[in-house]
Design a protein around this ligand. Sequence first.
Ligand SMILES: NC(=O)c1ccc[n+]([C@@H]2O[C@H](COP(=O)([O-])OP(=O)(O)OC[C@H]3O[C@@H](n4cnc5c(N)ncnc54)[C@H](OP(=O)(O)O)[C@@H]3O)[C@@H](O)[C@H]2O)c1
Length: 323
Amino acid sequence: MFAVQYDRFGGPEVLHLGEAEAPRPGVGQIRIRVRAAGVSPVDAGLRSGRTPMSARLSLPHIPGVDAAGTVDELGDDSGETAVGDEVFGTVDLASLGGASAEFAVLQMWAPRPAGMSWAQAGAAGSSVETATRALDLLDLRAGMTLVVDGAAGGVGSVAVQLAASRGVHVIGTARADNHAFLAGLGARPVRYGAGLADRLAALGTTRVDRALDVAGAGSLAELVAVTGDPAAVVTLADFAAAQHGVRLSMGALAGEPDGRHGLRAVAELVDQGRFTVPVEAVHPFAAAAEAHAAIERGSRRGKIVLSAVGGVNGSGDQRRTGR
Ligand SMILES: NC(=O)c1ccc[n+]([C@@H]2O[C@H](COP(=O)([O-])OP(=O)(O)OC[C@H]3O[C@@H](n4cnc5c(N)ncnc54)[C@H](OP(=O)(O)O)[C@@H]3O)[C@@H](O)[C@H]2O)c1
């Protein structure tokens, strides 16, 4: 099969299309012919070799954990899914890759809803799993107020919409030119950075019940201060969490229960017109290096996606934006 891969760590230029052996699904897994695969900041960090998790990879490595496509092989005990079903989801997240290829094995999946494009479906999996897991840990209930720090990103934008769908009042931090985007997702936007308590007071917020840190930008002390309780804060990205008495959730990498039920919940919300996966740009698989470079430039308003629709080199419309 064809696969985006890298043989050495480095910049986006180490990515190339090559041949790889097609994976086979294990127990509780399915294999899909990939139509679209998401690219995340985590994928770029792993490829750079600069994150501690890079040491877990054996090279060559196929990046990407999110994919959508058509089921072509079933593992034992893979449930009610049938060959030919259209699904979206994630690979085994502990494997840290395998999605950017002609075939990928999924560990968690849900049927692709009619209102979700292939690009949106390819990008959604791990952000939905992660946001669901974090919101579950926060034990959110309708009527509570939640602050999401880093709310306009891939995980944050999902967390905002899921929390809002549960009747939670969401306040999200983002840079100023993402505020309208964030408001459209259902959050009241504020700037991020020092002085959060003052900005919340300026919004008229007198009580914050829970806080989710998706940015890892050093805000945990402030989030503990505004909630008044370290147990009311979860971070997905700040490795200094223990110093603040805050829980760092790492999902499969830490053997935690996963948030896979969020995939079906999101599919239902999409069908009801209450959830969207923002997509910034779609690239053909052959332009994976460009996609990783776009991730590293930051300043996105949605996911970057690799598409196999139209072939690995794309055909004309492969650089459209999907905002
Ligand atoms: N623990 C887990 O299980 C898990 C799973 C997935 C991802 N993650 C981690 O979660 C983090 C976010 O991932 P992602 O895919 O959502 O990344 P992303 O799409 O790049 O989003 C990051 C967001 O952080 C915001 N941001 C930048 N500087 C900030 C600051 N100083 N304060 C607050 N927010 C700031 C950005 O907002 P603006 O664009 O508005 O500037 C951006 O929306 C990454 O560190 C990733 O490694 C953890």
